[in-house]
Write a protein that binds this ligand. Structure first.
Ligand code: PBG
Ligand code: MG
Length: 337
């Protein structure tokens, strides 16, 4: 007889799936509140909480409300907030000067949060799009998004953000050479401890739509960002982008969007072993929320599953608009709805 037949399966994978305690005991990856970075949107005014239509459950907050969000984050053991501004259209210019105004919305919010909740981490986006009347991440002249001129603007923006007290700068603009320029400027100006999480593999994605509404950039944007953000068909190029940013001084790297790019997360972590983050972007959040609102999926289960998948892919952390809700579930705290 060439075939060995056993009377019963020696290996029954279902043995370790029978009970919740056993499943938990053999689970390879789990999500913690410590893995989360919570992106919030800042607007002017006082005592304002303005819902963002395309992001159910997410609001633009005036600075006083952002301070309350920071207190909430600390209570929920969320280590870090990422702040994004909804800039008054009257302040948007072709040269995006508001980006390095020491008193712009995110710099003021950073100071206010640091004064009230010193232990919460603050990450700020380095990119011109919220301040640029062209809606682009770089300075536009004659229809061209200029690389090297933009670097000079990003350097000024980064220094103003470090001076406001940001712990982590997140260059999200995809100009070439920006990590080196920002790192050197920080070192020269006594901000040697300010960390950089580079949006290294940032794709030209349709999943950013709700974010652009939230920061008021969608109306301003002329054209698309394919001339500087990555082509969704490329994988090896993401590794070259990460290598480049690490060589220029990035401390941590990010893949964005998240769920459609889990293969990239895994390759980056396997290849470089550096702190690797994913941004579960606005469109990913909106899809889960919208399907849940229609009763088509279990929203909380889909949320937990999607975030656990990032850990399985090798991510050390995730930027997610779900952060406070996930944290409440992980900590067994009551939910608002
Ligand atoms: N440079 C801006 C920036 N920083 C973060 C996001 C998107 C985040 C999200 O969709 O949640 C974008 C949008 C863009 O590049 O157009
Ligand atoms: Mg690059």
């Amino acid at each position: 007889m060439s075939q060995i037949v056993t009377p019963f399966p020696l290996r029954r994978a279902r043995r370790t799936r029978r009970t919740e305690w056993m499943r938990e005991m053999v689970r390879e990856h789990r999500l913690s509140t410590r893995d989360l970075i919570w992106p919030i949107f800042i607007r002017d005014g006082e005592n304002v909480t303005e819902p963002v239509d395309a992001l159910p459950g997410v609001s633009r907050l005036s600075i006083d409300q952002a301070v309350l969000a920071a207190e909430e984050a600390a209570a929920l053991e969320i280590p870090c907030l990422a702040l994004f501004p909804y800039t008054d259209p009257a302040l948007k210019t072709p040269e995006a000067e508001e980006a390095w105004n020491p008193d712009n919305l995110v710099n003021r919010a950073t100071r206010a949060i640091k004064a009230a909740v010193p232990d919460i981490g603050i990450m700020l986006d380095v990119a011109l799009d919220p301040y640029n009347s062209d809606g682009h991440d770089g300075i536009v002249r004659d229809g061209e998004v200029l690389n090297d001129e933009t670097l000079l603007a990003l350097e000024k923006q980064a220094l103003a953000q470090a001076d406001a007290g940001a712990d982590i700068l997140g260059p999200s603009d995809m100009m070439d050479g920006r990590i080196g320029v920002i790192r050197q400027a920080l070192e020269r100006n006594d901000f040697g401890q300010t960390a950089i999480m580079s949006y290294s593999a940032k794709y030209a994605s349709a999943f950013y739509g709700p974010f652009r509404d939230a920061v008021g950039a969608s109306g301003a944007l002329k054209g698309d960002k394919k001339g500087y953000q990555m082509d969704p068909g490329n994988g090896a190029e993401a590794l070259r982008e990460v290598a480049h940013d690490l060589s220029e001084g990035a401390d941590m790297v990010m893949v964005k969007p998240g769920m459609p790019y889990l293969d990239i997360c895994q390759r980056v972590k396997a290849e470089f072993g550096v702190p690797t983050f994913a941004y579960q972007v606005s469109g990913e959040y909106a899809m889960i929320r919208a399907a849940a609102q229609n009763g088509w999926i279990d929203g909380d289960a889909a949320m937990m599953e999607s975030l656990t998948a990032f850990k399985r892919a090798g991510c050390d952390g995730i930027l997610s608009y779900f952060a406070p809700r996930v944290a409440r579930i992980l900590l067994d705290e009551p939910l608002d709805d």
